[in-house]
Write a protein that binds this ligand. Structure first.
Ligand SMILES: [Zn+2]
Length: 477
């Protein structure tokens, strides 16, 4: 926490959907924005002049599997692992499993720190971690069934990101599908065991001993004791969680006011298997069973017919698109224009971490539609930036996403002289940032008033990278 009130003085400040000059962002000693003021009205505060900088709200990465960072660059070739004629999401998944089965708790901590570090360097201040590694490699539960979830949360705390740990429910390989031994680290086949583990994880973030300096406060919603770490539930998919189990998890979430995230309709095969099992598509199943609500985020939601979208919109549920991963895995194109047309709020995730740059996800959301529709400017620039900020905050129940009085001082700055955006005027700066900003232009990143990135460098960058280099060497050589 900052020791006293701080006034941040950039050249341009992004407030209420536009850039303004001659404004200071003032935050109090607890890291909350106390006011936005003219620079001449700032006197008692410590002044931090941010010359040639624009200051924007920190971005919210709503969907991450941090450990998958170890796979980067290792799946971009044709495989001979299976008899499949073509490489696909499913051949990639086998390779992902082969890494997932080998990681120790310490490895997961190191890989997560690497992913979170890269997020911080790109202007992300909060992450939703869709966490499904629960068991030891041979499938038994650790003495603490939340050991791996806590390693991921510890990694986020070290890097300085806020984290919603979305604890995954995973019951089976699929409808009429033999158990896959590579999934034994994910599986908790009894919903009561799963919910017991969720409950003890929620209780652990309420304990002041979990993270140094974190105070217990049971009054906050969404299973959180602080605004730095909190818990949500994540039934993996209709493939991995049968209906009775799914109902139980969502009832629990409704009762305890927890966010619900779920992979929905990422691949056509998932849709056809759901029709075979239930006679309905995944979206129709969720809707007809009254499982959708404002607390629900459908991740991907690609293979959805336009006809299904209006009633999905009425449920109040959100969609999280992950375009850099979806293009990498050949998943398909999310019909974002249809979701926008019906008022479905959309957020973004970096998912498999094939690349970590939420602005690239924002621009791909638009570019995929341009390629598909042979049109330009399908979505608006401000809508795209909202996907990366305020909508992500809503999906995770995270504080932040906008620079307003009473919100935490979570923000990033960009260098106005960086070659990727140099020459942009106040009016076209947001479009330049959304469509062309290089990650190297991100200079300061602040979470709760506390700088975690200064001059483009994270405070613990060297050590995190060194440990990750060692991990990759041990894992793959
Ligand atoms: Zn995912």
């Amino acid at each position: 926490m900052p020791e006293k009130n701080i006034a941040w003085l950039p050249d341009l400040l992004y407030v209420a959907g536009r850039f303004e000059s001659d404004l200071a962002l003032v935050c109090d000693a607890s890291g909350i924005i106390s006011r936005i003021a003219r620079p001449d009205e700032v006197s008692d505060e410590k002044r931090v002049r941010l010359s040639r900088r624009a200051l924007l709200p920190g971005m919210i990465n709503a969907h991450s599997h941090a450990f998958q960072r170890v796979l980067r660059g290792r799946t971009e070739y044709r495989t001979r692992l299976t008899s499949a004629a073509r490489d696909s999401f499913w051949t990639w998944r086998e390779m992902m499993y082969s890494a997932a089965t080998r990681l120790t708790p310490e490895n997961i901590y190191d890989a997560s720190r690497m992913a979170f570090l890269e997020m911080a360097l790109s202007g992300i201040t909060a992450v939703g971690e869709f966490h499904y590694l629960h068991n030891a490699a041979e499938g038994r539960s650790y003495d603490d069934p939340n050991l791996l979830a806590k390693e991921v949360m510890r990694a986020a705390g070290e890097v300085g990101l806020r984290i919603a740990l979305l604890r995954v429910a995973y019951a089976r390989s699929g409808f009429q599908t033999d158990a896959n031994p590579k999934q034994i680290r994910f599986i908790e086949s009894d919903p009561e065991v799963y919910l017991e583990n969720v409950e003890s994880l929620v209780a652990s973030v309420r304990s002041p001993t979990v993270r140094e300096g974190q105070l217990a406060n049971d009054a906050l919603p969404n299973g959180r004791a602080s605004d730095t770490a909190w818990i949500g539930v994540a039934p993996h998919s209709v493939r991995a969680v049968p209906l009775a189990y799914l109902r139980r998890v969502i009832d629990y979430a409704n009762l305890h006011n927890l966010k619900v995230h779920m992979h929905v309709a990422e691949q056509p095969v998932e849709v056809s298997a759901c029709i075979e099992e239930y006679g309905r598509t995944p979206i129709a199943l969720l809707e007809s069973e009254a499982l959708l609500s404002e607390r629900f985020t459908a991740v991907h939601a690609i293979h959805v017919t336009p006809k299904a979208i209006p009633s999905f919109a009425r449920s109040g549920a959100m969609v999280c698109a992950c375009p850099t991963t979806e293009r990498n895995l050949g998943d398909g194109v999310v019909p974002a224009d249809e979701y926008f047309k019906h008022g479905v709020p959309m957020c973004l995730g970096t998912d498999s971490h094939a690349q970590i740059d939420l602005l690239e996800d924002a621009r791909e959301l638009e570019y995929h539609l341009r390629l598909q529709k042979l049109e330009r400017a399908v979505l608006s620039v401000m809508e795209l930036f909202d996907c990366a900020t305020i909508n992500g905050a809503r999906s995770l129940g995270a504080p932040g996403g906008a620079l307003e009085t009473g919100m935490p001082a979570d923000f990033f700055t960009v260098d106005l002289d960086d070659p990727s955006i140099a020459g942009a005027s106040k009016d076209d700066l947001l479009a330049s940032i959304v469509f062309t900003l290089s990650r190297a232009a991100v200079r300061e990143v602040v979470v709760g008033g506390k700088p975690i990135v200064s001059e483009g460098q994270h405070l613990i960058q060297e050590e995190v990278v060194e440990r990750f280099n060692q991990l990759q060497k041990n894992l793959w050589s």
